[in-house]
Design a protein around this ligand. Structure first.
Ligand code: HGY
Ligand code: MN
Ligand code: MN
Length: 416
């Protein structure tokens, strides 16, 4: 096996052009993207990705969760493939790079291998995971979670969006319900390139984040029940205002996270108010608490404290409280061998780098349960993500993809 030449680099302009081309599909209203999972825009993005993969000589497989797998053959047909990829679905007010860099960076790595006729022992599989964001259908990382055996496919198929549409029905409607058994594929290793979505790398002046661990997550969906009534004629003492419950529990989540600094985070991002009328006291509020920490004991402690205090806070103001966990995973520790391949690649390429813990969840967090997995991160401007103003530089994108290419060639074993 020969080590990849240290000056081996990807084609920065081709990568950037592909990212900008994908960004035209499902545009947002402020320069970013709204290409939510299982929409017609998602289907259009998938078709473009498949066209590019086939133009790069790869064959496409699709499983029953819509996960897409484009294979570049290896020299040893019995060798398990090295998987590289991320997700093409976006938040409603998403950026152009979250997930997309990881999918199109993986494609660019294959395009570069093709340019130089590089042969590897292990096949390479470029992957697009369905519904990483969990914004239309909770939970996040749904399809990689089914692939990794964390959820059943039957349960996933009946996840519903805000309009009551089912995941399985929508997957079939857009024509991307494949026939491969989800989870049947076995992996030699998996690498995911992703923007940091936080401020650390840019603040530290580093080109590359070598992701050693990730945060664990708890999504607690809560329902506070009061009584709809007139905002004008209902005396204050008679009100059962579910909106007050939301306000008090929003502050509780913030207080619990702040008690667990440094490192813990907590917020409420999803909120549905009923009937959401200007002159009706909210009779019901449904919302999702998002707690995260890279320390299991902190994550569990925050969840425990929230459950211990939230019902009493609601009882004291005369409203009801109910909840269930709508998404969760424990803090992942990535594979040391794969992490070393990433770190060595950054070092050999001369890119500044630092070990980092991923603040966001990723498909790699689930795949880490079934295959040796690691992640590569690049900085993003002001650490901003899940915002249409999300921005990275072409140089950051190229550096991350160079590291991905070298880590993959090291792991897939270049052969003459
Ligand atoms: O929620 C997350 O961390 C990811 O962006 N889906
Ligand atoms: Mn992402
Ligand atoms: Mn995201």
């Amino acid at each position: 096996m020969t080590a990849p030449a240290e000056n081996l680099k990807i084609n920065k302009d081709r990568l950037w052009d592909s990212i900008m081309e994908m960004a035209k599909i499902g545009p947002g209203v402020a320069g970013g993207n709204n290409r939510q999972t299982l929409t017609d825009d998602d289907a259009q993005g998938r078709k473009l990705f498949q066209t590019w993969c086939e133009a790069a000589g790869m064959s496409m497989g699709v499983d029953t969760m819509g996960n897409m797998f484009a294979t570049r053959p290896g020299q040893d047909p019995d060798a398990l493939p090295v998987y590289i990829g991320s997700h093409l679905d976006t938040q409603p007010t998403g950026g152009k790079y979250d997930g997309v860099l990881g999918v199109l960076g993986a494609l660019e790595a294959v395009r570069t291998m093709n340019d130089l006729d590089i042969k590897t022992k292990h096949p390479i599989v470029v992957t697009n995971w369905t519904n990483e964001e969990g914004t239309r259908f909770a939970p996040a990382m749904l399809a990689s979670g089914v692939f990794a055996g964390q959820h059943t496919q039957d349960w996933a198929y009946v996840r519903v969006d805000a309009e009551g549409k089912k995941f399985g029905d929508e997957l079939k409607r857009i024509g991307w319900m494949g026939d491969e058994e989800v989870g049947a594929r076995k992996m030699h290793a998996m690498f995911e390139l992703h923007i940091e979505q936080g401020p650390i790398l840019e603040a530290e002046g580093k080109d590359i984040g070598v992701v050693t661990h990730g945060q664990g997550l708890r999504w607690i969906e809560c329902t506070v029940t009061g009584k709809d009534s007139h905002t004008g004629s209902t005396p204050m003492a008679m009100r059962k205002n579910a909106g007050r419950g939301l306000a008090l529990l929003t502050e509780l989540v913030h207080e619990i996270a702040m008690k667990n600094q440094p490192g813990a985070v907590g917020a409420i991002g999803h909120i549905d108010v009923y009937p959401n009328s200007r002159n009706v006291i909210p009779g019901k509020v449904v919302f999702t608490v998002d707690f995260r920490s890279h320390l299991p004991e902190v994550l569990h402690g925050m969840e425990t404290e929230f459950y211990a205090r939230a019902p009493k806070i609601c009882e004291d103001i005369g409203v009801g409280f109910d909840s269930f966990v709508s998404g969760q995973f424990e803090p992942p520790a990535f594979d040391e061998g794969c992490v070393k391949a990433v770190r060595d690649a950054a070092e050999n390429l001369g890119y500044s780098h630092m070990d980092i813990i991923s603040g966001a969840g990723h498909d790699a967090c689930w795949i880490n349960n079934v295959a040796p997995t690691a992640m590569i991160m690049c900085p993003c401007v002001d650490g901003l993500s899940h915002n249409e103003a999300e921005e990275i530089s072409p140089e950051w994108a190229a550096a991350g993809t160079d590291v991905l290419l070298h880590a993959v060639l090291e792991t897939a074993e270049v052969v003459e």
